[in-house]
Ligand binder design. Structure first.
Ligand code: ADP
Length: 164
């Protein structure tokens, strides 16, 4: 029997956006299992708006239609986490040119740490090329319309947290 193909999609997901979901959904078609790895608060330098449990529950709800996707917290190097769960591949989304330099560097560093774990980059879909969690939070603060950018539950929680 051939080995299961497992991918890790790492990120802060504070909160998950439709841009993230686009990448996760495409990865779910390419791999047997996709693990959305959510950076836990203990290892983050800056504070997140939503705690790790809530960020994970947003992802679980938004990915419920894909049976081969699950979300887990992690607090180690991504390659370390990939090894722990038996994943051969890290999947990342690439937006405008600005993502490239950072990702290029991270790719080299990760390959040095774990040559057996490769990274696959999926180009952002055009409608989400400029979408980021921080941009959505900024819009929510000023009462902008975010219905097309995040799920209904995330939009409601953002409004509760920010539009005060
Ligand atoms: P953000 O940069 O929005 O804070 P994360 O740190 O949670 O997002 O990023 C997790 C992964 O999702 C990264 O690989 C990032 O490039 C990717 N990503 C984020 N937003 C998008 C998007 N709109 N389209 C494609 N990929 C994205």
């Amino acid at each position: 029997m051939s080995q299961k193909r497992i991918a890790v999609c790492p990120g802060s997901y504070d909160p998950i956006t439709r841009g993230h979901l686009d990448i996760i959904g495409r990865a779910a078609q390419l791999f047997d299992e996709v693990v959305v790895a959510v950076v836990s608060n203990s290892v983050r330098k800056s504070k997140t708006l939503f705690d790790c449990d809530e960020r994970i529950s947003f992802i679980e709800e938004a990915t419920a239609e894909w049976p081969n996707v699950r979300a887990e917290p992690f607090g180690t190097l991504v390659v370390e986490f990939a090894r722990q769960i038996g994943a051969q591949t890290i999947v990342k989304g690439l937006r405008a040119i600005s993502d490239f330099e950072y990702e290029f560097e991270m790719h080299q560093l990760n390959r040095m740490q774990a040559p057996e774990v490769d990274t696959l980059y999926l180009m952002a879909s055009p409608q989400y090329s400029f979408l980021s969690s921080s941009g959505v939070k900024e819009l929510a603060i000023f009462g902008g319309s975010i219905g097309d950018l995040v799920t209904e539950r995330v939009a409601r929680r953002l409004q509760e947290e920010l539009a005060r």
